[in-house]
Design a protein around this ligand. Structure first.
Ligand SMILES: *Cc1c(COP(=O)(O)O)cnc(C)c1O
Length: 379
């Protein structure tokens, strides 16, 4: 078997298919999944994930930037690709050339898109309380006037939840206020004879906590990759998500650290006894948080090995004194399973005070990415 080199990501497409089915089973009939594959598919690899999902029957996708959209198109995605974020007017020609769909971030941006002078496919963003992108839902005149711009081919109207992950009363009330505002915009458009557009508002937590909403699309990201933003989150719908990604790296060398000797930048770790240490070929430039210095753990041959000293840009050190066999060339698992042990992306997120979304989306471009487990029907 071909052995991956320095540091790499393994993707389990069977788990991806299972997560997709789990989410689908929650949705009302007629609702389509438009996966969020921005930020290199949350670090997993945009082309690999996009193609795999397309093979599973997914047609439409959303990304954050026009560059991501172009890459996805060039990777062979044929359906609608919605750019959720801002695209500068210099890049409008890319939208048109690659047949991408742009978000209208507000009314003045609608004018800029119109001024491009050629047809552009768009979804209108509506701000229902997040106060990020979108024309404020109260400005119904502005929203309606967008249909008078003849170059805008308006295929959708959407909004975004800001507290759908929370299950407290105030968070639910906030979400229901957003739903009311969104529905009101849709109703007023229809009253004015405007139709023929799709609607969407839910990301992962919108699906998991409000599965009964009836819009045309949902835009799951994190849940599709088989994890929650915080491992302790409880959601209204019971689903069994399975992580798609494992992160591994090679042990470059194993050596002795004598009592009293210190290791790594700043000599922040000092051996209190005779130790065996290993150098793992992955660092913060690959997305391993530097905050795991003297704190994180790595799996080697089914055992947990503590990170010692500071995480470097390209390497990190671990204590393998207690691990019976640990040799150069062995695999170290940073995220994933190794025999009976497992380290989750959520565990790294908790240790470094962030969410799994950040841990995964920052996994670097130097990592090799491969499918190790294919979908069932391909086996
Ligand atoms: C990132 C993003 C999503 C996906 O969010 P998850 O919480 O990862 O499911 C959906 N919609 C918008 C507008 C986003 O920016």
């Amino acid at each position: 078997m071909y052995q991956k080199g320095r540091a790499w990501i393994e993707l389990d497409m069977k788990n991806l298919a299972s997560n997709l089915e789990q989410l689908k089973s929650l949705l009302p009939p007629g609702c389509s999944i438009m996966p969020a594959v921005k930020a290199n598919a949350y670090g997993h690899g945009e082309a690999l994930i996009g193609k795999a999902l397309q093979d599973m029957g997914i047609q439409d996708f959303c990304v954050a930037s026009v560059k991501e959209a172009v890459q996805l198109r060039e990777a062979g995605i044929t359906g609608q690709i919605l750019v959720l974020g801002y695209t500068s007017p210099q890049e409008f020609s890319e939208l048109s050339h690659y047949e991408l769909t742009q978000t209208v971030v507000d009314f003045s941006y609608a004018k800029q898109l119109q001024d491009y002078g050629r047809p552009l496919a768009v979804h209108v963003g509506v701000d229902t309380g997040m106060h990020r992108l979108g024309e404020p839902s109260g400005n119904i005149e502005n929203i309606c006037r967008m249909w008078e711009f003849e170059h805008l081919k308006i295929a959708g109207v959407f909004s975004h939840f800001c507290t759908a992950d929370g299950v407290s009363d105030w968070e639910k009330a906030c979400t229901y206020r957003q739903i009311t505002k969104f529905d009101s915009v849709i109703r007023q458009l229809k009253e004015r004879g405007i139709s023929g557009f799709k609607t969407h508002i839910q990301g992962s937590y919108g699906i998991l906590n409000y599965p009964k909403l009836r819009y045309d699309y949902v835009r799951p990201g994190i849940a599709l990759y088989g994890v929650l933003s915080l491992p302790e989150d409880r959601t209204a719908a019971a689903v069994h998500l399975k992580p798609v990604l494992s992160l591994k790296a090679r042990i470059a060398c194993v050596k002795r650290l004598h009592r009293g000797e210190s290791a790594g930048y700043g000599h922040t770790y000092t051996a209190e006894k005779e130790m065996k240490t290993a150098v793992v070929s992955i660092g913060y430039a690959d997305g391993i948080p530097r905050g795991l210095s003297n704190k994180g753990q790595v799996l080697v041959n089914g055992h947990r090995a503590p990170v010692i000293g500071r995480v470097c840009m390209d390497q990190l050190l671990i204590d393998v004194s207690e691990i019976p066999r640990a040799e150069p060339g062995d695999e170290a698992v940073l995220i994933g399973k190794c025999q009976t042990e497992q380290i989750t992306a959520g565990e790294l997120a908790c240790m470094t005070g962030t969410i799994t979304n950040e841990i995964l989306s920052r996994l670097g471009s130097r990592l090799e990415r491969t499918e190790t487990i294919k979908r069932k029907s391909e086996q």
